[in-house]
Design a protein around this ligand. Sequence first.
Ligand code: SF4
Length: 294
Amino acid sequence: MPQGIPVKSILNKTKRRDPWFLDDYTANPYNGCSFNCLYCYIRGSKYGENMADKTSYKSNALELFEKELGLRAKKQQYGFIVISSATDPYLHFEEELKLTRGMLELSLKYKFPVHIITKSPLVERDFDILQEINNTAILPLDLSDKLKGVIISFSFSTINNSIGKIFEPGAPSPTDRLVAVRKSIAEGFKSGISLMPLLPYITDTGTHLREMLSAFKSANASYVLPATLTLFGNDRWDSKTLVLRAVEKHYPHLLAKYQNFFQSKTQMPDYYSLAFYEKMKELNKEFGVKSFIL
Ligand code: SF4
């Protein structure tokens, strides 16, 4: 079980709403993430190679969340709360700790809409509360005729379980995630895919992309939000070091390409990004899934 550490605040107001994730607020019940994805942007020396060892929970999360949300409700500052933006809200510990569930109960009490972003089927446990939020939340005026109170985005970088095991070693399998997508849609929630990051020459190939889009379409996902790979840092536990090490071990023929891309930059070159987003636009259109939640 992770350590409980008190924090000073938990509900963050965003400067402006991101058009992809529609976040007016973000809230994270955990620090770190035991799903341990090699490409994760929160990686670094703070968490080490196995982030599960350093993951902690916010021991006063619910008390603070109630206080901060209550104040926002009093001022009628309703908006989507993204749970979570810097960890997964359904880590294995959540089964026992129920912090995410507690935050949902409070979101329901104060009538705030929520956007869940997860890699875990454990979200199904909370469909009961999410149904109530979906029907009773007060939405910001500009979104009130477009959405209900719940959005659930499932994160994927691949639908291949073997590739998932290499790059997302602690996360539930993509197969299990796909089942959860179907169930979420069957429950009537606005649900889609956060398809990021796509791994160059591994999960961004034409064949792999088509397989994924076809699987998402047959699960009835209403949107697919794609993004390319970003890697940081040269230290031992940084995302760039870990991803390059995995490429060297499992895809040695691609190592030179990856080294070249990320030698002095954190993002893929412009020519790649332009071609990638063009391709995704075409595929989203071909498969009939939107590139935005709205
Ligand atoms: S699930 Fe998200 S937050 Fe957790 S390790 Fe993976 S990328 Fe990072």
